[in-house]
Design a protein around this ligand. Structure first.
Ligand SMILES: [Zn+2]
Length: 487
């Protein structure tokens, strides 16, 4: 099967989903530490034939490499555009010293300087260092939200300046470049009339398909990480099957999993992972399968291969990097009051400051101090469901009572305010005001695939499951060959 690799922009939806996955992963990472692993292997190759150098996928990958820089050339009359770009490209390939100065041979007037941000440094200090006028700095910072990110430079990041007239002690900034992420670079360029304009260069990314698989011997988390699967993919998998498999209690020795996921490349190098496309998980002899599907309105969700939704409206675990320190119970010794009283929620112990996220879309009905809860946020999700998040150290400053929040959005930070012995999130889940155990409450399933989407869904689903099985077989054959050679 030869098929061009997908090159696409990530949907808004998938970013939102990823933040959910962070939450789930924290619970897994810490909650399952009693378990470990022996594993298969991760194989990774472009979609299509990876052993044929002339396969369309390889040609395509070569064709996307040169980034479109031409439109971003600084407008300096005396400098040939190609020279400034070519010279700029060289120092970045070397081991980066703190500052690289590169004089352009054709134009000694123009220098490119790469500055690595040190602790306590800032753009205004860098401007002072090169005697650049602060009025120009002010001008640049007013060029919009992308340029505004120059006020939040972090240690270890680098910024590239193209300067003219530096030898004359009268340096003038012609161009400034700063990576906004692995996929975007901000360029501030001096225009012909002496002002500045900000442009964002979008780097072409290449999405390849990768397979991760393993067998669990003591911990899903260990099995996955030992197989070389990125933590984000582990989180996504736990999120996808979270309402079918309780990853805290249901994992058995011998459980196994296979994951077909996106691996994202820039200029031939892997920069991150994308979304899980298809996955299977065998838990206690029972097979669970999932495929990702985006409908015609752009909504993306995970379904069983025959189109049933795997999702619920709520996150099970609304806090990152945590463990459940105290399960739901109707009778427990309260650690602070030291009396037996009903504990109507779940406590998630986590370091102070750990972000707490809304477990579903909703509205903030309360944000303030309330007795034993300390600093607490209450969310109403619709007419029926509400959730409570207690003992916060602080609220998310950008939010206030009455505002709407999205699922996965940070609403506050773990603390120990109110009756709490140590930092933890006290989480309550209520249906019509009545407390329910959030870890086992019956939640409505999301809708199955709509009838009008079904033909396209079934065709895509079958393709993904076939691709998963094919890569799985290849990986098995490869590991068998390796075993034979080693004997
Ligand atoms: Zn509690």
């Amino acid at each position: 099967m030869h098929r061009p690799m997908a090159i696409k922009n990530r949907s808004h939806m998938s970013f939102r989903k990823r933040s959910h996955n962070l939450l789930r992963f924290g619970v897994l990472a810490v909650g399952l530490t009693s378990l470990g692993a022996v594993i298969g292997k991760v194989s990774e190759h472009p979609f299509g034939s990876h052993d044929d150098p002339l396969a369309p996928s390889n040609q395509l990958s070569a064709s996307v490499l040169p980034p479109p820089v031409i439109s971003l050339t600084p407008s300096i009359d005396s400098t040939p555009p190609s020279a400034s770009i070519a010279d700029h490209a060289q120092p970045s390939n070397q081991i980066p010293p703190e500052q690289t100065v590169d004089a352009t041979p054709e134009n000694p007037e123009l220098k490119t300087v790469d500055v690595t941000i040190e602790k306590g440094s800032s753009l205004s200090k860098i401007f002072a260092q090169f005697s650049l006028p602060t009025s120009e700095l002010d001008q640049i910072l007013k060029l919009g939200s992308d340029a505004k990110s120059l006020t939040r430079l972090r240690t270890g990041e680098s910024i590239s300046l193209e300067l003219s007239n530096e030898h004359a002690g009268d340096a003038q900034l012609q161009r400034l470049s700063y990576d906004l992420g692995f996929d975007r670079t901000l360029h501030v360029v001096r225009t012909e009339d002496g002002d500045f304009k900000a442009e964002v260069e979008q780097h072409p990314l290449e999405y390849r398909q990768a397979l991760g698989r393993g067998t669990i011997h003591d911990s899903f988390y260990n099995a996955a990480t030992e197989a070389g699967i990125a933590p984000d993919i582990v989180m996504q998998l736990a999120d996808i099957f979270g309402w079918k498999i309780n990853f805290l209690t249901d994992i058995k020795d011998g459980d196994s999993f296979s994951i077909l996921y996106e691996s994202v490349y820039k200029n031939g190098e892997q920069v991150t992972t994308g979304d899980i496309l298809a996955a299977s998980f065998t838990n206690n002899g029972k097979l669970y399968q999932a495929v990702r599907y985006s409908d015609s309105t752009g909504n993306t969700a995970y379904y069983t291969p025959d189109g049933k939704s795997l999702e619920r409206g709520f996150l099970r675990y609304p806090v990152e990097f945590s463990r459940i320190s105290s399960g739901f119970s109707h009778s427990r010794l309260h650690p602070v009051l030291n009396v037996v009283r009903e504990h109507k929620g779940v406590d998630f112990a986590a370091p102070a400051g750990t972000p707490i996220r809304a477990s579903a879309d909703g509205k903030i009905t309360f944000q303030g101090w309330k007795g034993g809860y300390g600093k607490v946020v209450m969310l109403q999700h619709d007419g029926v469901y509400s959730t409570v998040y207690g003992h916060m150290s602080r609220f998310e400053p950008s939010l206030s009572q009455g505002e709407s929040v999205k699922q996965g959005q940070v609403i506050g930070y773990v603390g120990a305010t109110g009756y709490a012995t140590g930092p933890h999130l006290h989480y309550e889940f209520r249906i019509n005001g009545a407390h329910q155990d959030p870890l086992s409450a019956k939640l409505p399933e999301a809708m199955p695939i709509a009838a009008n989407q079904r033909p396209r869904f079934l065709s895509e689903s079958a393709q993904l499951m076939t691709q998963l099985a094919r890569m799985e077989n290849e990986a098995k054959t490869a590991s068998l060959n390796t075993d034979t050679r080693n004997e």
